[in-house]
Design a protein around this ligand. Structure first.
Ligand code: AMP
Length: 587
C-alpha cells in the first residue's frame, strides 16, 4: 500500500464523527491493505512486517506493538529539524516551532510545507528513484531509526526521518509527523480496531477480543484473522516473554462485594509497584535470559529489579507468567512506603548501589500461565491454587513475623464481614495499604478496570468517637478488652453520649494489650463479659458508610468501622457530635 493511500484513509477517518462509520472506514482500510509482502522481499512476519500488521498499528498511532518495548526514541526537536531540512533551505527548526505555536498541532505544521525539492537526497531511505513511498518503506525506515544507537545516533535518526519527509506529499507528512510523535489522534481506539478486524475478516468480535488479550498485538491478530480465520485466532496463546496488560481494580465496599458475590476472595493490598514476571528455565525466546520483568505499562524493568530475577531463578522450575507487586522492605522483610520502591523501579544505572539503599521483594497474587497452560479464563481460586503449587517453597518465611513480604500473597475466602474486617485491620497493622476484594469465580481480564477486583474504598473521613463500653475477649484473648462501643456527643456540653457502633475484630494482640491497659482504669461496672467505661478515651475510626439504625441510641450505625488510632490529644468533649454524623449523612 502506498503511504499516500494510508494518509488519505486516515484523513477520512479523522473527518468522520460517528463511531460506526469509523469502524467501517477502518474495516475498508484493512481490506485494502491485505497485500502480503513476499518473504523474498525480506519481510519478517514474526517481526510484524506484513502490510496489514503495519496498518493496524499505524491507524492507532503505534509504530510498534503494545508489548514491544522498542521506542523510536526521537524527541520533538529532532522531528522539527527533519521537517525543516526536507522543507528546503530557507526553513529552519525555529520556523517549524513558530508555525507550531501558530497552528497548534504538528500534523498541520508538517502539511503546510512543500517537500521533495531535495529528492536526490532520498538515498537515505534506499529509494533513490523517488518512487511513491509505501507503508512498508516507512515502517522499515522507522525500525532502522529505532535501532540507531550509540554515538552519532541522534544525527542518524534525523537523517532517516529527513529522508522520509523528503518523499512526502503534504498529507503524508501530516500523518508521518503525528505517527512519529505519538500524536495520531484520528479517533481510532482499541475497540474500533477490534470491531474492524471482526468485520473485515468475518470473525466474532469476542474471539478477536480474546486473541488481543493474549497477544497484545493488534497487527498480528489482524493478520491471523485474515490468514487463518477463527481457528487461527483461537489457537493464539500467551507467550512467556510477551507481556500481557494487567487486570485493574475499581474502588468498592465490603457490603457491595458481599451482596454481589456472596463470598469474596480477600487479599492484602501491597503498597508497591505492579510487576509481571515471565520466566522460562530454558530461556525466553528473543531474549538471552530466563527471566523478564515488566511494569504495569508493559515496560521492561528487569535490570532494575535483580531481586525479582533471583527470586524467580531460585524458586521456579517451569515456565510461568505471574502477576504481582514489588515492595520495598526493611531488614526484617516488613514493607516500607511506596516512595521507597520508586527509588528502584525504573532505575537504569547504579543498580547495585541502589539495592544497598533500598531492598525490594516480590509478592505474587495471580498466575496467568504455567508450564504450557494458559489460566486467563480459569476462576481466580483455581489460578491461586496454581500459584500456591508453584510458590510453595517461597512461602517459607525467613522470620516468624507476619509482616514479612514473601513470594506468595495469601488469599482468604469468606462471606463473613467480621472476618474481612479483621483481615483488613491486620493488613493495616502489618504496614500494607488495606485489602483487595476479588470475585472468587472471575476470570483474568487483561487491561480491564472491571468489577471483579475491588480495592476497598479508602475512608473518606474518620470520626473521633468516645469509647463508652467494651467486652472481655475469649480464649487466648480472655485478658484483653475488645469489641469497643463507640459513642458521639449529643449537644454542646458533651454530657450526653449516644452510641453509634462497635469496633471489634482485627486489632492485633499487641494493640489490644495496649488498649486494655489504657481503658481498664476507666471500667465502671462489669456484667458478664461486658464492661461499661467512664468516658475518657477517644478513638479515631474509619468507616464505609453511616446507616440509620435502631440498634444504637444515636439512631445511626457506622458500617464497617475500623480502628485507626487513639486520639491521646483529645478529651471526650472534643469528640465528634451527632450533629456532624447527620451532616455527613446528608451530604
Ligand atoms: P490502584 O493502583 O490504587 O488502582 O490499585 C490497584 C493496584 O494495587 C494494582 O495495580 C496493584 O499494583 C496493587 N495491588 C496490591 N496488592 C494487590 C493484590 N493483592 N491484588 C491486586 N492488586 C494489588
Amino acid at each position: 500500500m502506498e503511504f499516500a493511500t494510508f494518509a488519505d484513509r486516515a484523513a477520512e477517518i479523522e473527518a468522520e464523527p460517528a463511531d460506526l462509520e469509523t469502524v467501517d472506514h477502518v474495516r475498508a482500510l484493512f481490506e485494502e491493505s491485505t497485500g502480503e509482502i513476499p518473504e523474498e522481499d525480506g519481510a519478517d512476519l514474526e517481526r510484524g512486517d506484513d502490510e496489514l500488521e503495519i496498518v493496524a498499528r499505524y491507524v492507532q498511532g503505534r509504530v510498534f506493538p503494545a508489548w514491544e518495548s522498542t521506542t523510536l526514541d526521537i524527541g520533538p526537536s529532532s522531528c522539527y529539524e527533519a521537517i525543516a531540512r526536507a522543507a528546503g533551505t530557507n526553513v529552519g527548526p525555529a520556523d517549524v516551532e513558530d508555525r507550531l505555536a501558530e497552528l497548534g498541532e504538528i500534523g498541520d505544521v508538517a502539511a503546510s510545507y512543500e517537500y521533495g525539492g531535495q529528492r536526490g537526497l532520498g538515498a537515505f531511505t534506499g529509494d533513490a528513484g523517488g518512487n511513491a513511498l509505501t507503508v512498508r518503506e516507512v515502517d522499515e525506515t522507522l525500525r532502522d531509526l529505532a535501532a540507531a544507537d550509540g554515538s552519532g545516533s541522534a544525527d542518524r535518526k534525523i537523517d532517516l526521518l529527513f529522508g522520509l519527509f523528503n518523499q512526502c506529499s503534504n498529507e503524508e507528512a501530516r500523518y508521518l509527523a503525528r505517527l512519529v510523535l505519538s500524536e495520531m489522534r484520528i479517533g481510532v481506539g482499541e475497540g474500533t480496531v477490534r470491531d474492524a478486524i471482526a468485520a473485515a475478516f468475518e470473525v466474532p468480535t469476542e474471539r478477536v477480543e480474546r486473541a488481543l488479550q493474549v497477544s497484545n498485538d493488534y497487527g498480528r491478530v489482524a493478520r491471523v484473522a485474515r490468514d487463518e480465520g477463527l481457528e487461527g485466532l483461537d489457537a493464539m496463546d500467551l507467550e512467556v516473554g510477551r507481556p500481557v496488560q494487567a487486570m485493574l481494580a475499581q474502588t468498592g465496599t465490603v457490603t457491595g462485594a458481599l451482596e454481589e458475590w456472596e463470598e469474596a476472595a480477600v487479599e492484602w493490598k501491597y503498597d508497591g509497584a505492579r510487576v509481571q514476571l515471565h520466566y522460562d528455565p530454558d530461556g525466553i525466546e528473543a531474549s538471552n535470559a530466563e527471566t523478564r520483568v515488566f511494569s504495569r505499562n508493559m515496560e521492561d524493568v528487569t535490570t532494575a529489579l535483580p531481586e525479582v530475577v533471583e527470586f524467580a531463578e531460585e524458586t521456579l522450575e517451569v515456565p510461568v507468567i505471574l502477576d504481582g507487586e514489588v515492595v520495598a522492605v526493611d531488614g526484617d522483610g516488613s514493607p516500607l512506603p511506596f516512595q521507597e520502591v520508586l527509588k528502584r523501579f525504573r532505575r537504569k544505572h547504579d543498580i547495585a548501589k541502589a539495592r544497598e539503599d533500598v531492598t525490594v521483594r516480590p509478592v505474587f497474587f495471580d498466575c496467568l500461565h504455567a508450564e504450557g497452560t494458559d489460566y486467563l479464563e480459569s476462576p481466580l481460586t483455581e489460578r491461586h491454587d496454581q500459584l500456591v503449587e508453584l510458590l510453595a517453597e517461597a512461602d517459607e518465611p525467613d522470620s516468624d513475623s507476619l509482616d514479612e513480604i514473601r513470594g506468595l500473597s495469601l488469599l482468604w475466602r469468606t462471606d463473613d464481614p467480621d472476618e474481612i474486617e479483621s483481615i483488613d485491620a491486620e493488613a493495616l497493622e502489618s504496614g500494607h495499604e488495606g485489602i483487595m476484594l476479588k470475585d472468587p469465580n472471575s476470570a483474568y481480564s487483561p487491561g480491564r478496570r472491571g468489577k471483579h477486583w475491588r480495592k476497598r474504598k479508602p475512608d473518606v473521613e474518620t470520626l473521633d468517637c468516645v469509647v463508652t463500653g467494651a467486652e472481655w475477649g475469649e480464649g487466648r484473648r480472655a485478658t484483653f478488652l475488645g469489641t469497643f462501643e463507640l459513642s458521639v456527643r449529643n449537644g454542646d456540653s458533651g454530657d450526653s453520649l449516644e452510641t453509634v457502633g462497635k469496633v471489634a475484630t482485627g486489632i492485633t494482640d499487641e494493640k489490644l494489650a495496649d488498649l486494655t491497659e489504657l481503658l481498664e482504669p476507666h471500667v465502671q461496672t462489669e456484667e458478664g463479659q461486658r464492661v461499661e467505661l467512664e468516658p475518657a478515651v477517644v478513638f479515631e475510626v474509619g468507616y464505609e458508610e453511616i446507616q440509620s439504625s435502631p440498634t444504637y441510641s444515636s439512631g445511626y450505625a457506622l458500617r464497617f468501622p475500623r480502628f485507626r488510632s487513639v486520639r491521646h490529644d483529645k478529651d471526650p468533649a472534643d469528640a465528634d457530635s451527632l450533629e456532624r454524623i447527620e451532616r455527613i449523612r446528608d451530604e
